[in-house]
Design a protein around this ligand. Structure first.
Ligand SMILES: Nc1nc2c(ncn2[C@@H]2O[C@H](COP(=O)(O)OP(=O)(O)O)[C@@H](O)[C@H]2O)c(=O)[nH]1
Ligand SMILES: [Mg+2]
Length: 341
């Protein structure tokens, strides 16, 4: 039986990790052995998936798998050596899907021989499209526009947050970028449409073709990308007293986010994962400085632990990100050591 690779592309916060976890839960009910590979700017999503998934999980951190080809090859080999029959892959948020699908396909043919890969599948945040669209396709972030232009399948996620009558508008926006792709509407959070999408991705195939992105979009993408900064940190901490860590985590994330906004930055994605002796918690900061937790455990009290954080921002430099983080940490009154990872 050929190994089946299911790859998910899409911009930061489009819902790739949430969907990957849904897929893992559905696949676990079937027969095949499943593995996962998470490619992200830092190890936060990897830690979350490894903690939640009952299967082997590999990681490629910091850069796109197209660049870290050695790591990609080693990670795929480890999963194949475990006889995984289905491998789920999350692409990094700024990935170029065309390059990633080609790179994955090249490595799989060398490592494994028979394999099947889903058509280029790109997630997009339906709520973001509904809110941000002002009548021109060029208002989409160029990285997102480039990814969408390469898709064979576009997955509009977060339908739980969009009015039913905005589906047509969304289709109109997407058709302006990509007239060929098939469009699916799902909610990775509620599970709506997820089964149907998984069957589609398990049974259809990618076929190589030339890149589809037009030069103006490539140019805009390059500009956006050169203005983007990403970094990840490992923070070992000790608090003066046992405290509700959710509050401390909220404070660290919102204060560092606030500092970065004050320096003229724009938040693309901020995430954190806490490992304490008896607990683990994941948190993310939205661009409007709200913190979401998983699981939501207000009562969780701890004194020490390790925080892994990742930041993707636009318009500010690395030093401003790390000084924003250090300033936020100092406000918690605890002891910290900060290392870049
Ligand atoms: N309401 C809603 N939120 C979602 C859905 N899918 C993902 N999210 C949230 O969107 C944010 C980004 O999701 P994530 O899976 O981390 O996106 P990724 O960066 O593409 O991996 C998280 O806060 C998720 O909880 C959805 O279908 N509905
Ligand atoms: Mg993710």
């Amino acid at each position: 039986m050929p190994v089946r690779l299911i790859v998910l592309g899409g911009h930061f916060a489009s819902g790739k990790t949430t969907l990957l976890l849904r897929f893992l839960a559905l696949l676990k009910k079937g027969e095949g052995r499943v593995g996962a590979l998470v490619n992200d700017v830092g190890p936060v999503d990897f830690k979350l998936v490894a903690a939640m998934a009952d299967c082997p999980v590999e990681e490629i951190s910091r850069l796109c798998m197209c660049i870290k080809e050695k790591d990609l090859k080693a990670a795929l080999k480890r999963l194949l050596d475990l006889n995984d029959e289905i491998i789920l892959v999350e692409e990094i948020g700024f990935g170029n899907p065309h390059k990633c699908w080609n790179t994955l396909s090249n490595h799989m043919s060398v490592l494994n021989g028979p394999f099947e890969l889903n058509p280029i599948t790109v997630l997009v945040d339906g709520e973001f499209l509904t809110k941000s669209y002002q009548g021109f396709v060029s208002t989409l972030p160029p990285l997102m526009e480039q990814q969408l232009s390469e898709a064979d399948i576009i997955v509009v996620n977060k339908t739980d947050l969009i009015p039913v009558d905005s589906k047509e508008t969304i289709e109109g926006i997407l058709r302006g970028v990509n007239a060929r792709a098939r469009i699916f509407f799902i909610s990775a959070a509620s599970g709506e449409g997820v089964d149907g999408l998984l069957s589609e991705l398990m049974t259809t195939r990618w076929t190589p073709r030339p890149p589809q992105t037009v030069p103006e979009v490539t140019q805009r993408r390059t500009e956006e990308f050169s203005n983007m900064h990403w970094s990840a940190y490992k923070v070992e901490f000790e608090l003066p007293d046992e405290s509700a860590f959710q509050d401390t985590m909220r404070k660290i994330l919102t204060l560092s986010g606030d500092e970065m906004l004050k320096s003229g930055g724009q938040i693309v994605r901020v995430k954190a994962y806490l490992e304490a002796p008896s607990n683990r918690i994941y948190a993310s900061l939205t661009p409007d400085l709200n913190v979401e937790f998983y699981p939501n455990s207000e009562a969780l009290k701890i004194r020490s632990g390790v925080l892994t954080l990742s930041f993707v921002v636009k318009g500010i430099k690395g030093e401003e990100v790390s000084s924003a983080l250090k300033k936020a940490l100092s406000e918690t009154g605890g002891k910290f050591t900060v290392k870049r990872v």
